[in-house]
Every structure is written in C-alpha cells, then in structure tokens.
Design a protein around this ligand. Structure first.
Ligand code: FPP
Length: 248
C-alpha cells in the first residue's frame, strides 16, 4: 500500500481520515423527530467536515455512509437515505469542482437503483480531475465483502497464471482491494459513543488510530474534528516497532 507522505503530514493532520457517522437516529429521537430528520442533519455535518478536511489539507476522507447491513432497515428509511444521497451529489457538485474534490465510491453498488448508480458514476466522472481532497463514500459497503472481492480477484489472477500463489503477500493482496491505490486510514473516528469498527475498512484498519466520541453525528462539527486531530497528534504510532527503533 502507498505510504502516507503528503501535504497533510506537514500540516500535522492525518493524510487519510475515516469516519463512522453514527447517532443520527438517537439525535432525532432526543428531539421527538422522525429518524430521517437525524439523517438530514447528518448531511449538514458531512458538508461541514468535508469542507474542513479539504481546507486542512487532508488527502483522503472516507465516510461510511451506508453499510451492507443498512439494507435491512425499513424501506422508508432506506429510500430516504438514497434521496439524501442524490440531493447531496446535486447540491455539492459545483463546490466539489471549485475546491478540486475528487469523489470515489466503494461498495456493492449493484444493489442500488439505476438512478443512484448513474448519479454516482456521473459525480465520480465530473470530479475525477480534482487535485485536492479525495472523498470516498462507502455505500452498500462491508469490509468483509471488500476482502471477499479481493480474494475473488486473486483467484482469477491465479487461474489465469498471472499470479503465483507463493508470491501472494500483504502488499499483493492489498492491491486487489477496492481502495488499492490509497494509503490505509491513519485515523478512524466513530461518533455516538459506540466503540466498534462495525465492518468498516477491516483490512486497512490494522494500524489505524481509533478515536471515539460521545457526540452524535449530526452534532459533529469543525470543533469536534479539531479535537480528534489534536488527540491524533498525541498518538505515537509504532507499527509494531519499538520506541528506540523509531527514533532513527
Ligand atoms: C448512522 O446513524 C448513520 C447512517 C446509517 C447513515 C449515515 C448517513 C448520513 C450521515 C446522511 C447521508 C450521507 C451522505 C454522504 C449524503 P444511525 O441511523 O445508525 O443512528 P442511531 O444508531 O442513533 O440509530
């Protein structure tokens, strides 16, 4: 995998930030509102955090927007989430272009409607030349699914004779993942007080620093992002080595 060396490091921010945006439903319930009101407010938080990350020089921001398990939610909620996604793509299009934001999507998009698939493909296409923040939306995504997709790609390569099974290592495996050309996440944030990875970026999270906050996603903002980054800056990442080794 590509190592994280970039403008982000000189700005003292993580190069790749991953966020599990949790707590929309509880935010709404606390206010006696329908769950979808929490998701709507969650979109505002997405907009603020994307802007902040782009300004701070973060290279990659991966947002867990819809998990493979979320398909099991009531139909009305799933439909509303898809609508919010479409509205987000439309409302943010010009800003993404102006700010050089490049959109990518990962996950099993085949489960989405043709309309959503087309809107995503179009947004990815028009922003593809962006030189700033890469915004990754994980949609219909599960980390185990991503690993299985990689295994299938490897089997195909082995069967075609282009990969020797003895040559398979962590690097060649990672090259078959959906996010093959991106560095692993440096920092993973999860809101709402839950302390789990919940099937997000399983392979890539091996050495990711984890940050949990009780703040519900709709209340997450620049101030909360700064707290997470400040905390990250205090971490000593050893990647399995000793402190002494890292001093040189
Ligand atoms: C988790 O909260 C959040 C989701 C399952 C969806 C996240 C979606 C958004 C923030 C809005 C759409 C995103 C984009 C990029 C336009 P929850 O519903 O599980 O909350 P709960 O645990 O309190 O019930």
């Amino acid at each position: 995998m590509i190592q994280s060396t970039s403008e982000a490091e000189t700005n003292n921010v993580p190069a790749h930030v991953a966020i599990i945006m949790d707590g929309n439903g509880r935010w709404a319930r606390q206010r006696g509102l329908p769950r979808i009101a929490g998701h709507q407010q969650g979109v505002d938080a997405v907009t603020e955090v994307v802007d902040a990350c782009a300004r701070k020089g973060v290279d990659y921001l991966s947002l867990f927007a819809f998990s493979s398990e979320n398909w099991g939610r009531p139909r009305q909620e799933v439909d509303a989430l898809m609508l919010l996604l479409l509205e987000y793509l439309t409302s943010q299009r010009q800003k993404m272009l102006d700010n050089g934001i490049r959109l990518r999507v990962i996950g099993d998009l085949s489960r989405m409607t043709q309309g959503v698939q087309q809107a995503l493909a179009e947004a990815v296409r028009v922003t593809s030349a962006g030189q700033g923040l890469t915004l990754v939306l994980a949609l219909s995504y599960g980390g185990r699914d991503e690993i299985l997709r990689a295994v299938r790609r490897i089997i195909i390569q082995v069967q075609a004779g282009s990969l020797d099974p003895d040559g398979l290592n962590a690097e060649t495996f990672a090259a078959c993942l959906d996010l093959a050309d991106m560095p692993p996440a440096d920092l993973m944030i999860r809101t709402s007080g839950e302390m789990r990875i919940s099937n997000f970026l399983l392979w890539q999270a091996a050495y990711t620093e984890l940050y949990f906050t009780d703040v519900l996603w709709p209340d997450f903002n620049l101030e909360e992002l700064n707290k997470a980054f400040d905390d990250y800056c205090q971490r000593r990442r050893r990647f399995g080595l000793t402190d002494e080794q890292l001093q040189f």
